[in-house]
Write a protein that binds this ligand. Structure first.
Ligand SMILES: [Zn+2]
Length: 395
């Protein structure tokens, strides 16, 4: 996660200033929030956040169901409102600091154009796996474009292979704003078994980042997470420890490793603090980086019915060819995935005899078929685990 933030900082030299501004704004709001009684403006007790989930699937079993997405949102709402049953496990000394964050996450009912939506976009992609490099956030790279981040929390679910999930921090580019979750994190609902109370905490952690929360160790040895009521700790906590863990000269009860912003196993994390709540909610004060969410129309009820879900599925699994039937020349379209370039393509006749073999060199491959006898032919090509087969007729 920090690697991602560092990478974004190195690519955008105005980002450091934006982070700085948000930090100054946050610390001012956090330090004045004791005066809430005298303030004219008050944040809603529960801040409603419209959510859009972009599901990118390559195989049908990766097309995460609405049922699973509902479980994911239920987990967010459970933990962000301190409705989790395992608050019982919070050590007594930390209990006074544990709090509801006061957020409700709901699937959008209105899309950016004012049309009805289910808040879930399921899209077939020719991409078989993804890295934490933001490509899933753009249709141009066979992902799906973000909805306006001023009005929605964007969540992408796709076959990540380098991390379980990652998130942007407020201030980063709007087109990349949101949380990405790996399919691995969906696994329980995905395979149809019943979710337990402790599932889906990777998303709780990542949405914590989206709300400007940092890791407890402040990304450095005994670093600063900019929250007063989380003790300093030396580094992240793996696994599921028990008892006090003292580091950075903190005193008993030691590290708050059961906080969602540590790396403890899902079953062993169970709390946010009052300081984290203040820090996150400061973003929604007038002028704050996430304040436009409060006037989002994403949860309005539009007049129209939800648009029919386009059928993305097998269109790209089959190569498009033109013309068919053909006489002299056949064009194969590989524009959807340049990884086809350099792969071998073979043409077989109806008896299974190989009549032509060549390497794909172009996103629109032109094949000279003038010398083939009239008849039916099959084209085969292979890329990683994916086999492509197409049929054409030579006149
Ligand atoms: Zn993190």
């Amino acid at each position: 996660m920090q690697e991602y933030a560092d990478q974004q900082l190195s690519q955008d030299n105005t980002l450091k200033n934006r982070f700085q501004e948000i930090e100054e704004f946050t610390s001012e709001k956090v330090n004045t929030s004791n005066e809430t009684a005298q303030r004219i403006y008050r944040l809603p007790e529960v801040i409603k956040v419209p959510v859009v989930v972009h599901v990118l699937y390559h195989t049908p079993d990766q097309n995460v169901s609405k049922q699973t997405i509902d479980l994911l949102l239920a987990a967010l709402n459970r933990d962000f409102n301190k409705n989790n049953a395992d608050t019982a496990n919070i050590p007594a000394a930390f209990k006074p600091f544990a709090t509801s964050m006061g957020f409700e996450f709901k699937l959008a009912t209105m899309d950016p154009k004012g049309m009805a939506t289910t808040g879930i976009i399921s899209k077939y992609t020719p991409i078989t796996y993804w890295l934490s490099d933001d490509k899933m956030k753009f249709s141009a790279s066979y992902g799906d474009d973000a909805w306006d981040s001023k009005s929605y929390l964007n969540i992408w679910i796709c076959n990540m292979i380098d991390v379980l999930g990652y998130s942007t921090f407020p201030g980063m580019a709007a087109a990349k704003d949101g949380v990405v979750m790996s399919l691995a994190c969906m696994a329980r609902g995905y395979y149809g078994t019943t979710a337990t109370v402790n599932d889906f905490r990777t998303i709780v952690h990542e949405v914590g980042h989206w709300l400007n929360l940092r890791h407890l160790w402040g990304e450095g040895y005994c670093g600063d997470d900019k929250v007063d009521d989380t003790p300093k700790q030396s580094s992240y906590t793996p696994g599921c420890p028990s008892g006090a863990r003292i580091s950075c000269n903190n005193i008993l009860p030691g590290d708050m490793y059961m906080n969602y912003m540590d790396f403890t196993n899902d079953v062993c994390m169970n709390m946010f603090t009052i300081g984290q709540r203040k820090r996150a909610r400061a973003l929604f004060e007038p002028g704050g980086a996430r304040s436009p969410i409060l006037i989002s129309k994403g949860l309005n009820i539009p007049d129209s019915e939800p648009a029919a879900v386009p059928d993305y599925y097998p269109r790209w699994l089959h190569v498009q060819l033109y013309p068919n039937p053909a006489t002299t020349e056949l064009k194969l379209f590989f524009e959807y995935d340049d990884r086809w370039k350099g792969k071998k393509l073979q043409i077989f006749d109806i008896t299974g005899k190989l009549v032509m073999s060549k390497v794909i060199t172009s996103s629109i491959e032109v094949i000279d078929i003038s010398r083939l006898n009239p008849g039916t032919y099959f084209i085969d090509a292979w890329k990683e685990e994916e086999k492509l087969r197409a049929k054409f007729i030579k006149l």
